[in-house]
Write a protein that binds this ligand. Structure first.
Ligand code: ADP
Length: 587
């Protein structure tokens, strides 16, 4: 048999070949004289369909195709953080220095620097028994993150030798005696991207991923290890939300996957992310971030891979015991790539031309999120939270990608253009969003923040709901028909929206609200509500209640530094009661 197969047909990113020796599904192949990178998608009798991740222009039938005999995989090891990769983990910055702005075809540069020396600090001793997932040692990958080198999956035995001190990623840092003989372990490992990395046990996500964004934490929280979906109409503030989450969420590691947004959006990410600072340490955020971006000369097919590359890298850090947040922007573009390939493979189309397996592929992606106990004897916990944006054409949420995503993601932050237009930021709509983690997280908030956290949140939500109903009446017959009580509802709801939900990302203080501050702010607003209703009963006049001077203080509470918040909220509450009592006495 020939050593190489042969191209039969080329159709955009799809290449059909024949006679590739030992061809297996999902194996990586090198296509044509230029050795373009592809992946086997389908084997149908003699014909082998290949998704090529590079531009196939100029490729001709008859050119050779060679299998690499391993599935599309990522390299794992120290040196990942701070990198910008493309969908198949080629380091973009390094490639640019080698081939210029446009990536030359067939270029392959290792994802992880082979020449860099790391200071390896062992955590095990010779003769010690180890199992997969045990920490062999650590290296300081960046100033912010310690990289833990784990016993690779599938390996179990006794440490015969362990290294200490300087080492490159390919150097042997441990020799493990296993039943199958001695294994040399280096810091560099490989993992097939389409395969979920194993863990010991899945845990219930019961701790919130705290973001410091009030509308998220108090109203629609996501759990560590949870999943969320965020639609991103143009100009609705999606980028700002993503930046805020990357900067402030209490995750240790951020993986940001741009699944090939065209034009400016990804360029913005590439330009802006490296400039962002980690607010807690003031070091560049990139020290705990990996970016995955597709360049514009890569075909759409490459988007498909990027989401798997991203989630595999995220799982790898989760396995070390970190809380990882993965952002995928946008899964709609990824779904379009699936649709394009499916069309070329002449599969039977499902809704709107998307393949029938779109929902299951999306589910497989989100199912890789979770809070887990990692492999290894020390039972450390890790989490992977997945936040995917969707870009429904024309904002139509009934389209297939959004619908399939809503079935699997447990939080929905409905970013809407109308709110952005009114400059209500973050433009997450309080009536259209939801979080299915509320019940799971209730105990955490009630215990760690305040026993009435949940009750307060629900009351505030109910007021907003009521405001919506009343607004309809006002539209029809005018505000004068409302009772004084209902007018107070309208006022409080407005205060919740403007003084609590609106949060200015560019203000030094308001950009991050600790949960305790969120609680006290909302409590103050609800206190105003109760006091007003009480005062009405005692004869106070509606107009006086609406124009109390303390309302100014309530509106400004968001700008109070968190260290002073308890004291200052107490003072404002005191002032509120005094002003109300004065109104009642005046009667
Ligand atoms: P998108 O990415 O959805 O097109 P952006 O995130 O770039 O939109 O937001 C558009 C503009 O809206 C920003 O330049 C900013 O002025 C404003 N904006 C969005 N979110 C906030 C926020 N939380 N605080 C203040 N301004 C915001």
């Amino acid at each position: 048999m020939a050593q190489k197969g042969e191209i039969i047909k080329i159709s955009g990113p799809l290449v059909v070949a024949q006679d590739i020796p030992e061809a297996r599904m999902f194996d990586v192949v090198r296509v044509g004289k230029e050795k373009l990178i592809g992946e086997i998608l389908e084997i149908r009798s003699k014909n082998i369909s290949i998704q090529v991740y590079e531009n196939t222009g100029g490729l001709k039938p008859g050119e050779p195709v060679e299998s690499e005999h391993y599935p599309l995989s990522v390299e794992l090891g120290p040196g990942l953080l701070g990198n910008i990769y493309d969908g198949i983990q080629r380091p973009l910055t390094l490639i640019r220095t080698k081939t210029g702005d446009f990536i030359g075809r067939g270029v392959w540069i290792s994802a992880i620097d082979r020449n860099k020396e790391w200071e390896f600090k062992p955590r095990v001793r010779e003769e010690e028994k180890v199992i997969a997932g045990d920490i062999l040692g650590t290296v300081q990958e960046t100033e912010l993150i310690e990289h833990r080198i784990l016993v690779p999956i599938g390996i179990k035995g006794k440490i015969k030798k362990i290294h200490s001190g300087k080492a490159k990623v390919e150097d042997t840092i441990a020799i493990i005696e296993t039943k199958e003989g001695e294994k040399n372990i280096s810091m560099l490992q490989k993992w097939p991207v389409r395969k979920m990395r194993p863990y010991k046990k899945q845990l219930n996500p019961e701790e919130p991923l705290i973001t410091g964004q009030r509308v998220i934490d108090t109203f629609f929280p996501i759990a560590k290890g949870g999943t969320a979906c965020i639609p991103g109409p143009f100009g609705s503030g999606k980028t700002v939300v993503q930046h805020q989450l990357s900067k402030w969420a209490n995750a240790d590691i951020i993986v940001f996957t741009g699944c090939g947004e065209r034009g400016n959006e990804m360029a913005d990410v590439l330009r802006e992310f490296p400039e962002l600072k980690d607010p807690k340490s003031s070091k560049p955020l990139m020290q705990r971030t990996i970016l995955i971006a597709n360049t514009s000369n890569m075909p759409v097919a490459a988007r498909e891979a990027s989401i798997y590359t991203g989630i595999t890298l995220a799982e790898y850090y989760r396995d070390m015991g970190y809380d990882v947040a993965l952002m995928a922007d946008s899964t709609s573009r990824w779904a379009e790539a699936l649709r394009e390939m499916s069309g070329r493979l002449e599969e039977i189309p499902g809704e709107e031309g998307y393949p029938a397996y779109l929902p299951s592929r999306l589910a497989e992606f989100y199912e890789r999120a979770g809070k887990i106990i990692c492999l290894g004897k020390d039972e450390r916990e890790g989490s992977l939270s997945a936040i995917g944006s969707v870009s429904p054409p024309g904002g139509d949420l009934s389209e297939p990608v959004t619908q399939a995503t809503l079935k699997v993601a447990r939080v929905f932050w409905a970013l809407v253009s109308e709110l952005a237009y009114q400059r209500h930021f973050p433009a997450i709509h309080w009536l259209r969003s939801y979080s299915l983690y509320i019940d799971n997280l209730k105990n955490y908030f009630n215990k760690k923040v305040a026993p009435d956290w949940m009750e307060l949140r629900n009351k505030a939500m109910a007021l907003l709901q009521r405001e919506d109903e009343l607004a309809e009446t006002v539209r029809l017959v005018g505000i004068d028909v409302l009772s004084s009580e209902d007018r107070i509802v309208m006022e409080t709801a407005r205060s919740i929206r403007e003084d609590f939900l609106q949060q200015f990302a560019f203000d030094k203080i308001d950009t991050y609200s600790p949960v305790n501050k969120q609680y006290l702010m909302l409590k103050l607003i609800m206190e105003y509500h109760e006091e007003c209703l009480g005062a009405l009963k005692k004869g106070a006049l509606l107009n006086d209640l609406i124009s109390l001077s303390v309302r100014e203080d309530i509106a400004k509470a968001k700008y109070i530094p968190s260290e002073e918040i308890e004291k200052r909220i107490k003072e404002i509450t005191h002032k509120l009661k005094e002003e109300i009592n004065k109104l009642i006495k005046e009667k």
